[in-house]
Design a protein around this ligand. Structure first.
Ligand code: PEP
Length: 260
């Protein structure tokens, strides 16, 4: 089934930019993006928690059509979870997308597939879109187990998610060995995994859910690699880390369609 899927390009700022720097960055990004960019592509930024309110204020005051995103959250609405932020709190700031299960959170903070699943459900319950990250390690790729690893992460992440929520889901394929390393998956490898993700969603729900699912690729994306990745049949967007910190570089990625 062929369905029109709007591209989604997301900037994950990780632990960069205090709120003054964040305001300057978003203003510069807004200046760089044209109305043709916004007509063609959905754009989101995912700053640190301390920047969210400042960025929300700029986006809303200047009517800038960039979606506000978060980098993670807890699954509970409130409680004794020192240092955590709830999906309800994010929704109150008009956050519309939340990255869930980023490999840096899985590796550095021990997030399990079960935690990721709880977060996916909690984010959906607040009417926000989870960007569910999956991806293999270098050892898994070299052992030929990439597709099994990604399928396992995906099925554990989606357990208990209703068919009616499928259209509010984004999946990001991020090979761990490509994140922040300067190495990008080849277009062939990215396409192979992204098409497997779409097939799996089709088996999990149905062909319509698979056809509507937006799948991002992430891992050292730069302006020069974005056009080839965005040409792939099953890549509908990009999750960009390092290159999203520079609003000029990120805008060139968003304008991928203008290249050759
Ligand atoms: C990321 O943070 O999700 C990411 C893909 O980072 P980078 O683009 O720096 O590899």
């Amino acid at each position: 089934m062929s369905v029109e899927r709007r591209p989604l390009i997301s900037g994950n700022w990780k632990m960069h930019h205090n709120h003054f720097e964040a305001i300057r960055t978003i203003q510069r990004l807004a200046y760089n993006l044209s109305s043709a960019d916004h007509d063609a592509v959905d754009v989101s930024v995912h700053p640190p928690f301390t920047d969210l309110r400042s960025i929300q204020t700029v986006l809303e005051a200047d009517d800038i059509p960039i979606a506000l995103g978060a980098q993670h959250c807890h699954w509970e609405e409130s409680g004794s979870f020192t240092g955590e932020v709830s999906p309800t709190m994010l929704a109150k700031l008009n956050v519309s997308l939340v990255i869930v299960g980023h490999s840096e959170r899985r590796q550095n903070f021990g997030e399990s597939d079960e935690d990721v699943n709880r977060k996916v459900q909690a984010v959906l319950a607040q009417g926000m879109t989870p960007i569910v990250c999956v991806g293999e390690t270098l050892e898994e790729r070299e052992a030929g187990s990439t597709l099994d690893r990604v399928a396992d992460q995906l099925s554990r992440s989606l357990t208990g998610v209703n068919r009616s929520q499928a259209s509010s889901l984004v999946v990001a394929y991020e090979p761990i060995w490509a994140i922040g390393t300067g190495r990008t998956a080849t277009p062939e490898d990215a396409q192979e995994v992204c098409s497997a993700i779409r097939r799996q969603v089709g088996e999990f729900w149905d062909a319509e859910a698979a056809g509507g699912l937006r799948i991002q690729y992430g891992g050292s994306v730069k302006p020069v690699s974005a056009p080839d990745l965005m040409r792939l049949q099953d890549v509908d967007g990009l999750l960009v880390g390092g290159a999203s910190l520079d609003p000029d570089e990120f805008a060139r990625i968003v304008a991928y369609r203008l290249v050759g």
